[in-house]
Design a binder for this molecule. Sequence first.
Ligand code: SPV
Ligand code: MG
Length: 322
Amino acid sequence: MSMSVKSTLQRSSGAIRLLEAHDRISTEIVRDMKGLDGESFEGIWISGLTQTTYLGIPDTEIVSPLYRAILQATNLNALSSRSRPLCIAFDADSGGPISDIPALVAVLAEIGVSMVIIEDKVLKEPGKKVNSLLSANGSQSQADATEFGKIIQTFKKCAEGTDLMITARIESFNVRITQDDPDEEAASIQSSLEDALSRAEIYKKCGADAIMIHSKSTKPTEVLNFLVRFRQTDQTTPLVVVPTTYSTTSRQSLVDAGANVIIYANHLMRAKIQAIENPLWKCLSQNPYLFEGDEEARACVAARNYGCLLRILPERQYRESE
Ligand code: SPV
Ligand code: MG
């Protein structure tokens, strides 16, 4: 049995925390581990980025969310069998083909997912989604709010009578083109904030049960400003945040501003890469001929941090983003 995000939110006084898991062993680790504060994670995030990394392909939606959900059904089939039930949130990228949505929602229900997050990105071409953390100006495109609202409506209709929370993810901060001039930059940030707030209203009217606000800024300001402004007029709709780039921000400050769900989106994959590469690097230094002539393998082994996750992926855009 998995836990429903909705009922867990109703019982929780602070924010619930979800940690990325991309296979069975990482799911079991999340189930057993506690944070430094001694508290357990309430559940897992099935991340597009780490699921595709696990498959060795880029996070560009070349495989549909439906395909990833089906894959997860085999990977996570241990969910029901172990001691502590977990909440499961699923990253549905841009939602995939609209004709897939009924099947996607059915598979998600089957594997116990109770929150699905759909982002208002638009793919320039099929299979060419750009990951939100990539910084190249203008590389990401946002969907028209009304068109995206129709996708939310379709998810909502398919999920009727279930506990699945349809969550609209707003990318206004990530698609923004940064400006050199400080005044123009401040105006651009402000207009993204207003755009994000007005999209939140549209998506709620289309049936969104929760809103996720994303940002690739290393400072939490954009997200905190959104949370505070949103909460001035709506104290109930759950708000979801992903503090990957602004990771030094305390959980309490996000909760105080109005966040209800905090997703730690790629940590187990990053930990796994380090756990593999560190002993391997040691082994390599003891045996310098191990990878002789194989520059690609050397590059993988030598990588040290998040950049490594991007570097091992074959797409040129990831290399350019380093
Ligand atoms: C993911 O984990 O796949 C996400 C979050 O969508 S991010 O990579 O930050 O866009
Ligand atoms: Mg994703």
